[in-house]
Unconditional design. Structure first.
Length: 397
């Protein structure tokens, strides 16, 4: 027997970079959001006299030894449990490597959950999160799911008020962005004391600098200094923390009816969305899109209340876009400001190279997907994944 776990992805709805800490990491404040797009991690495990871990994958770019996050998580869990086991892990990659979607980190969380189920034991919640933080900064968020606040280097996580599922397009360019290089470029910008402007209405000019439009209180911009950035992180943390939801435990939520969600692959394909809307078979395009419009409108209101539509931006864009101008153009295509189907919000995810757009309706999302694909960039149609649905769909029976 084995346990198959859906290893869901994430986007960063906003990401602010702070100064370098004493441990060499940068301080961050970010708002994570899980997506239905996923890899599949299959775990087989049995107790043994001596621990033996083997890892396989369908993607030659993924390490299959102790460098792999899933391997590290399995070894760390067994050590904390004081248990030896023979463990086989297979990672079926569907998500881009080096794409800013947290694929490797999600694989680690999925491997932990699969291992615990296989062995019939589990770490405590606090110990899970502590272990996850040692494996990678993005790993702990995948032990919560939904909308998540990340501070510290991103590993200190708190659940936030969740959003309803909302149509999303993820653009997957054929370039890989090095996160360490992006941080080095950001440090160079800070060292030069360059000026910046923030907010959803900030736009990148053709030379890669940030030009401010339509936001009077930020017209003057601000100078990038360590002290100023630290103040900005603290302010954002307070804003995001005001949204936090106290929960007794992080575990699978109860199944809901009429929940908007993609098919088993996490990708919406074909002319009609493979989403369980609780509709009868044969419902018209207009009926289904109408329901999605209503649900997306509710999500939009939640987004506006949290300030995502007015003040969030991914700081990495300021240094990644000048290095990769094609990514800036892909963001413009996702935004579709001059089209009849503009995005509610679009941004780079993490350090990239994946970008995403959120939309009011499936019709708008499909139109954005077509705009991006017309430029030769792969674009996936999916949806954000609220916390209850994240846990309800976690185990692929």
């Amino acid at each position: 027997m084995s346990t198959r776990v859906r290893s869901f992805s994430k986007i960063n709805l906003g990401l602010a970079i702070g100064p370098v800490r004493g441990d060499g990491f940068h301080a961050l404040t970010t708002m994570y959001q899980t997506l239905a797009l996923h890899d599949v991690v299959t775990v087989s495990a049995k107790r043994a006299a001596v621990t033996a871990i083997s890892l396989t994958t369908n993607d030659a770019r993924v390490p299959v030894d102790g460098r792999n996050t899933a391997w590290k998580m399995v070894a760390g869990c067994l050590a904390r449990l004081g248990m030896a086991a023979e463990v086989e892990v297979h990672i079926e990659k569907r998500l881009p490597v080096q794409g800013g979607m947290g694929a490797g980190s999600a694989n680690a969380a999925a491997a932990l959950l699969g291992l615990e189920r296989e062995l019939g034991v589990a770490l405590g919640e606090a110990e899970r999160l502590e272990l996850a933080a040692t494996v990678g900064s993005d790993v702990p968020l995948f032990l919560i799911g939904g909308a998540v606040l990340g501070v510290g280097r991103g590993e200190l996580v708190t659940s936030l008020r969740d959003f309803a599922a909302i149509p999303c397009v993820v653009a997957v360019p054929g370039v890989g962005v090095s996160t360490p290089a992006a941080f080095r470029d950001w440090d160079a910008v800070v060292a030069r004391g360059e000026r910046f402007a923030r907010g959803a209405n900030a736009h990148l000019s053709d030379d890669g600098t940030v030009a401010k439009m339509g936001h009077p209180e930020l017209e003057a911009g601000g100078t990038l200094t360590s002290a100023g950035i630290r103040d900005r992180l603290e302010e954002l943390s307070l804003v995001y923390s005001s949204l936090s939801v106290r929960t007794e435990s992080v575990k699978a939520g109860s199944a809901k009816t009429g929940v908007v969600e993609p098919g088993a692959s996490g990708i919406v394909r074909g002319d009609l969305p493979e989403w369980d809307l609780g509709n009868k078979q044969g419902s018209s395009d207009r009926d289904q899109d109408g329901m999605l419009d209503d649900l997306a409108e509710n999500a939009l209101l939640a987004l506006v209340r949290t300030g995502i539509g007015d003040g969030l931006q991914n700081d990495f864009e300021a240094v990644v876009f000048p290095q990769y101008p094609s990514l800036r153009e892909t963001k413009r295509q996702l935004m579709g400001s001059d089209s009849g189907s503009p995005a509610l919000y679009a941004a780079l995810s993490g350090s990239g190279s994946a970008l995403f757009g959120l939309y009011r309706s499936m019709a708008d999302a499909r139109a954005a997907q077509q705009r991006v694909q017309a430029s030769g960039v792969e674009a996936l149609l999916t949806a954000t994944l609220p916390r209850d649905d994240y846990w309800r769909r976690m185990f692929a029976e």
